[in-house]
Design a binder for this molecule. Structure first.
Ligand SMILES: Cc1cc2nc3c(=O)[nH]c(=O)nc-3n(C[C@H](O)[C@H](O)[C@H](O)COP(=O)(O)O)c2cc1C
Length: 364
């Protein structure tokens, strides 16, 4: 996701699961060809399996960038046929390419012919008035015949005229049934469903109909879900049909474990001159829905971005979480004691105080 799943984000996400596949932000072919290659292609070996997502419409340029991706060690190249932004639309790639199936097929044909790694496509279920199932199926037919064996389908159409990218991620309704139907009609092609994934039960349902799911916003805002997915589907081998096994490395028990595991990476990047804030910004959702989440977010947002901020900022933020957790525990015990005091008083017992240390029952 643009401006979100950069290399620091992916290195962080990898700590939650060794198994899930991570995708880069969309990188425009021109940036790779004319720009700083290390900036646009560089990644850490810990990120594997990792796919490079390309944006473009020129078969030659896409093929050249796919070759570079392979040389740099990416596991997959994915072509973006789903981005509806004005900038991308004006350059005539992204979602608007759904209207040009033959050109997409040419791009795929060139890319597949030039590398050994898989070439995949991320698309929508339609754009503007090209939104029937028949149109989608003819698009998939043309592009799969050109050699694309795996489609990631965001199960909502894009309105290129009139809706902003944000609205295009929320307003057009999700039609999961279209993606299920694609799988039925093209059984030898892999389909990964995307859009609105927020929990394990939903994923279980989708996996009984398609080959995979992709989570975007939920994974970013609540990365702990990646660990839950890893635990449920990979570590416990709960794939329908008993597919992929687990290749789990160090077991992760808590969010604090994740932070500890990320620290060596952060230190390495700091020593290379990367600002702390470029990493801490991806950690804000770590304690999502947990006690202390707000203080964690606020502290990291405020202090992580300061010039010369170092690893101590993360340690200090963690202390806030621990303090919050302790306070929550003490409060829970206090509340429990008060409740028991009340009910025991009713039963003729006496408590000496309301903290755990003096929470002594009478001789009952
Ligand atoms: C800020 C932001 C940036 C995004 N950038 C990309 C991108 O670079 N490439 C892409 O294929 N999708 C991108 N997306 C779309 C997501 O990959 C995904 O298709 C969409 O959010 C729906 O899935 P979700 O409901 O799980 O988030 C982006 C989404 C957001 C919120």
């Amino acid at each position: 996701m643009l401006d979100l799943t950069d290399r620091h984000c992916r290195a962080f996400f990898r700590l939650f699961s060794s198994n899930v596949r991570l995708y880069t932000e969309m990188v425009v072919v021109g940036s790779i060809i004319h720009g700083d290659r290390e900036r646009f292609l560089g990644f850490d070996s810990c990120e594997h399996p990792v796919a490079l997502q390309l944006g473009g419409r020129d078969p030659e340029k896409l093929s050249f960038c796919a070759q570079l991706a392979e040389q740099w060690g990416y596991d997959e190249v994915n072509l973006n046929i789903g981005c509806p932004s004005d900038r991308v639309k004006n350059a005539q790639f992204g979602a608007c390419l759904m209207a040009e199936p033959q050109l997409v097929a040419d791009c795929i044909d060139r890319m597949v012919g030039s590398v050994a790694i898989p070439i995949t496509v991320k698309t929508r279920i339609g754009i503007d008035h090209c939104d029937s199932y028949e149109y989608l199926a003819s698009f998939v037919n043309a592009v799969s015949n050109a050699g694309c064996r795996h489609f990631i389908v965001h199960a909502r159409k894009a309105w290129l005229k009139g809706l902003s990218p944000k609205q295009n991620r929320n307003l057009p309704p999700l039609h999961y049934d279209r993606v299920y139907r694609l799988k039925k009609d093209f059984p030898s092609v892999q389909f990964t469903l995307n859009g609105g994934i927020t929990g394990i039960d939903q994923i279980k349902t989708h996996l009984s109909k398609v080959d995979g799911v992709m989570a975007g916003r939920e994974a970013y805002q609540n990365p702990w879900i990646i660990k839950e997915i890893d635990d449920y589907f990979f570590a416990s081998n709960n794939f329908p049909g008993g597919k992929p096994g687990s290749s789990r490395s160090a077991p992760v028990h808590s969010r604090q474990d994740i932070v500890q595991a990320y620290l060596p990476y952060v230190e390495k990047q700091l020593s290379r001159g990367v600002r702390l804030g470029r990493m801490t910004r991806h950690m804000l959702g770590l304690f999502h829905a947990q006690s202390g989440a707000k203080r964690w977010r606020r502290y990291l947002s405020e202090h992580g971005v300061k010039k010369n901020a170092g690893i101590e900022v993360i340690h200090a933020a963690l202390k806030l979480i621990d303090a919050d957790a302790n306070a929550t525990n003490v409060n829970a015990v206090r509340a429990d004691c008060r409740e028991r005091q009340h009910s025991d008083a009713m039963n003729g017992r006496l408590y000496m105080g309301d903290t755990p240390a003096v929470c002594v029952a009478g001789n009952g």
